[in-house]
Design a protein. Structure first.
Length: 567
């Protein structure tokens, strides 16, 4: 029995031959002499490596780095220690030491792919694409079938201005790995950046037609069509992507943006509303909804949306600023003033908020407070054109025309391209009786902005009044009316036609102006004079009677009625 048991034990421990009963039984446990490992470099290196990991877990980076350096000193050929040290350096922003550590790896093992890749990525991130390309090429020499390195190499080549070489690298990759999604996607994007959109589309179509999970190809191709303003094609791509991932809210944001580009605001609102229904805390979707309402001049709806945003995040000054504008446009001036006043001095929107506060203080009958607010801001804050603009208007409203001119001229010096300031300067010069200077300033406005209808109207009317430059006045007035079909511009054009003796055309435009400005005495006087010249005396008398009812103290209507009594 003992022999059977012994044979079983020996079989379990791997004895190849059965034991003869004549042989002595071996000792199962042979006591080996103890060997101290206190001075074993590998064991001590492992101890310091473990200590480094514990120290890193406690956030003691410097001590951990020192422990890793001790481990490397004990076992200098253990490359994993150097990789770990390089990683620690990289994650703590010490790129110089990270590089040196990886270069030490290459000294010991020149074909270390991992070190070359890490150095290449580090150089790429540090804005050294040529150096990065050199490291990536080293990897390809060692591992030519690596499908990841050509992608990094192509990026490095593009950033170093060698786009053609990058295309060659990617084509080589696709010859070896035709179904490389990353390779085709990178090549397509490179073609897009180079303006080769037909070639880009070929790559995207290959991904869509031949490979599964081509979500990014749909999105990228949608972007490309969007940039081409091929709206329907872009919608189709994003729609296809959305079918594959119906809960991807970013895609709905893309769709909404395209609808905005098409000025199809209702469909944009549909997409954005779906986003907020699925994620009520998507404040970006709510912000876009509010801005669309503002574009549609649905001020109350916009205000409600921005209030919802502020209920979720009361620190969002842009939402507060837009809320103030929406309230201002509704004529809710005191409420708007309170909203703008809540935007603090540290906000990037503070200067814009101050401008609106100045305007609102004027609207609520507090021009002095408005002036003090804006003057204080000019002394303490960064100048903004709208501060000068509103101060000029305030001074004008207070009949402080010289002060208005001074502040507007100061604004124009600081912001020479702000034509609104220049236009206001022209208005003040006219109010100061400096008509020729005013006209010259308005001509400068037109030279800077050939779409500025009000400046064109000003010059045309000034020339009509002085009965000079009438053909140029006619061209300006016609262009101004086309840009802005407003009643006062109809009056200017009618008056120019009157000066040119084209009475029927004058009558048409002046009747348009009088219909929309039935109490404007200047417009009525112009129309009455045209009726007189046309021999339509009863119509002229009716206009003068209306003028008399509007302003009994004005002697002109009575004089004209007396003169027309026998007509």
């Amino acid at each position: 029995m003992r022999l059977l048991l012994m044979a079983g034990i020996l079989f379990l421990i791997g004895c190849a031959q059965p034991m003869s009963s004549a042989e002595p039984a071996p000792e199962l446990f042979v006591e080996e002499p103890y060997e101290s490992r206190l001075d074993d470099p590998e064991a001590n290196a492992l101890y310091h490596f473990g200590r480094a990991r514990l120290l890193l877990g406690e956030g003691q980076v410097d001590q951990a780095t020192a422990a890793l350096q001790e481990a490397i000193a004990l076992d200098p050929e253990a490359l994993h220690l150097r990789y770990y040290l390089a990683q620690v350096y990289g994650e703590t922003g010490n790129l110089k030491q990270a590089r040196r550590t990886l270069e030490d790896v290459l000294i010991r093992k020149p074909d270390a792919v991992k070190a070359h890749m890490a150095l290449g990525n580090m150089a790429l991130g540090s804005g050294e694409p040529r150096q990065a390309a050199r490291y990536f090429r080293e990897v390809l020499e060692v591992d030519p079938d690596n499908a990841r390195v050509p992608l990094q190499l192509s990026i490095a080549l593009v950033r170093s201005g060698n786009a053609d070489q990058a295309i060659g690298v990617l084509k080589d990759l696709l010859n070896k790995h035709p179904d490389s999604r990353a390779g085709r996607l990178t090549l397509a994007r490179l073609y897009r950046e180079m303006g080769l959109e037909v070639l880009a589309e070929e790559q995207y179509r290959y991904l869509i037609d031949n490979l599964d999970d081509a979500q990014q190809a749909y999105v990228d191709l949608g972007y490309m069509y969007e940039n081409q303003q091929a709206w329907n094609a872009a919608l189709d791509m994003f729609g296809q992507a959305l079918k594959r991932n119906p809960h991807d809210l970013a895609l709905r944001h893309h769709l909404a943006r395209i609808y905005v580009g098409m000025q199809d605001y209702e469909r944009a609102l549909e997409e954005l509303t779906r986003i907020t229904e699925e994620d009520p805390r998507d404040l970006e979707a709510r912000r876009k909804i509010g801005l669309i309402y503002m574009e549609q001049e649905r001020w109350a709806a916009a205000a409600a949306e921005f209030r919802r945003i502020l209920e979720q995040d009361s620190d969002l000054d842009p939402a507060r600023y837009y809320l103030g504008i929406a309230l201002e446009r509704q004529g809710l001036f005191p409420e708007a003033l309170g909203v703008f006043s809540a935007i603090g001095e540290t906000s990037a929107l503070y200067a814009d908020a101050v401008s609106h506060r100045g305007f609102l203080l004027m609207q609520t009958g507090r021009p002095e407070d408005a002036a003090v607010l804006l003057e204080n801001y000019l002394e303490q804050g960064e100048p903004r054109p709208q501060i000068y603009f509103y101060l000029g208007i305030i001074y004008r409203s207070q009949q402080r025309f010289t002060d208005a001119l001074d502040i507007l001229q100061q604004g124009v010096r600081n912001f020479p391209d702000e034509v609104d300031l220049l236009y206001q300067q022209g208005i003040v010069l006219e109010q100061l009786g400096r008509s020729q200077q005013a006209t010259d300033v308005m001509l400068e406005v037109i030279e800077k902005d050939n779409q500025y209808a009000e400046a064109m109207n000003f010059v045309a009317y000034a020339w009509a009044e002085s009965n000079s430059n009438l053909e140029r006045a006619l061209a300006l007035a016609e262009q101004a009316l086309q840009l802005k079909p407003a009643p006062h511009i109809h009056d200017t054009l009618g008056w120019v036609y009157y000066r040119l003796g084209r009475l029927e055309q004058a009558r048409f435009h002046l009747e348009q102006a009088a219909e929309q400005l039935p109490e404007d005495l200047v417009v009525l006087q112009h129309l009455a004079e045209v009726y007189e010249q046309l021999g339509q005396f009863e119509q002229a008398r009716e206009i003068y009677r209306r003028m008399y009812r509007l302003d009994p103290e004005n002697p002109l209507p009575k004089e004209k009625l007396d003169a027309l009594a026998g007509s």
